[in-house]
Design a protein around this ligand. Structure first.
Ligand code: G3I
Length: 327
């Protein structure tokens, strides 16, 4: 039984979620994915640490399994992610020259995008390229790629992915554009400057992923997001919502109150985007509260023990799904 009618997702925008492959063995989980998801993305299996844990030795079985599941169920699998500062295996963190960085980045992208050519349509080519707190002379986020190749690694990754699969949708994915803060304003500006530079050099780039890890305690900067999305659209770029959730698990319980606040934040965010352009997809970062990354991630950072979130009936908060349907 599922907590909301299957028609909860009859809306025009394809909905999806980040998937943990090992959870697909759980019939309730896989049933929810089959029933409500038109698009899915691996939460971890397609990151460097999972795909190429040992230099030159690729582990494709989990991704092949997920792709087969997607194809069997008429679901699109997105690729996440080809170049990122995080989830790198030790050997990649130890890359120590521009030549080695270039060789390994090109080899990884060639191998991975080439393997799924024509079967994975959309790739988060570079994830979180912009610094959390960008300044005019340091807009880019530190990574082994930036250290050895400078910001040109972004163009290199995009051009390599394009050459490996000319039909793929190439996406730059990032987060916290929607916060009502000076930092978010600076991040939007730095991101736009980066994108304008890439487009001026005819670097292949087709869409932008707004992750949408919203905060319970702060409203969305709707005017900021709307103008940001308008500028990106004016550059001919598609808009994807790629990792929607509300990551503040300090939300007031009981679940009904929390559910309403999550829905309110999502409605603000999606409406701010939708007032300019319809996003191509809306993907939540996890099928349900039970499978969210939040308590593990934040408790690790603040040292608190993992706090299980108040669980709904194993699925996304019902209100959130209604917001996505109405959207
Ligand atoms: O699988 C290993 C396990 O064998 C080991 O015992 C355990 C202890 O360290 O680690 C497990 O791997 C963890 C993995 O999640 C699977 O649970 C990694 O340590 C942990 O770092 C990893 O965290 C993921 C994080 O990205 C880093 O890759 C989160 O689940 C995932 O939700 C998060 O997702 C990111 C997006 O990719 C990009 N946008 C932000 C988003 C949230 O941070």
């Amino acid at each position: 039984a599922t907590p909301f009618a299957a028609d909860a997702l009859s809306g025009a925008v394809p909905y999806g979620a980040a998937i943990r492959i090992d959870e697909l063995a759980d019939i309730l989980y896989s049933e929810a994915v089959r029933t409500y998801c038109k698009v899915i993305v691996a939460e971890g299996a397609m990151k460097w640490s999972d795909l190429q844990a040992v230099r030159g030795s690729f582990t494709f079985e989990p991704t092949d399994t997920l792709l087969a599941f997607a194809q069997d169920n008429d679901i699109e699998l997105r690729g996440h992610t080809l170049a990122w500062y995080a989830a790198l295996p030790e050997w990649a963190e130890r890359i120590s020259s521009a030549e080695e960085a270039r060789t390994e980045l090109v080899h990884h992208i060639d191998t991975v995008v080439g393997r799924y050519k024509g079967r994975i349509r959309s790739w988060d080519v570079v994830n979180e390229a912009i610094a959390e707190d960008p300044t005019p002379d340091a807009p880019y986020r530190d990574s082994v790629w930036l250290r050895h190749l400078g910001p040109d690694y972004i163009e290199l990754a995009l051009r390599t992915a394009s050459e490996a699969d000319s039909s793929a949708q190439l996406v730059l994915n990032d987060y916290e554009f929607e916060q009502p803060t000076d930092q978010a304003r600076a991040k939007r500006k730095a991101f736009l400057d980066m994108v304008r530079g890439l487009k001026s050099r005819n670097v292949p780039l087709h869409a932008i992923g707004l992750q949408g890890h919203l905060r319970g305690e702060s409203a969305v900067d709707s005017p900021g997001i709307s103008s940001f999305v308008a500028e990106l659209s004016a550059l001919g770029l598609g808009i994807l919502v790629t990792e929607l959730d509300v990551i503040d698990d300090q939300l007031p319980g009981p679940i009904e109150e929390r559910d309403k606040l999550i829905a309110a934040r999502a409605r603000e965010f999606l409406s701010a985007i939708g007032s300019v352009v319809r996003p191509e997809i809306v993907v939540t970062w996890g099928v349900s509260d039970q499978h969210t990354w939040v308590p593990i991630w934040f408790s690790r950072q603040d040292g608190l023990p993992n706090r299980p979130l108040p669980l709904d009936e194993n699925y996304q908060p019902k209100e959130l799904m209604r917001v996505i349907q109405d959207f």
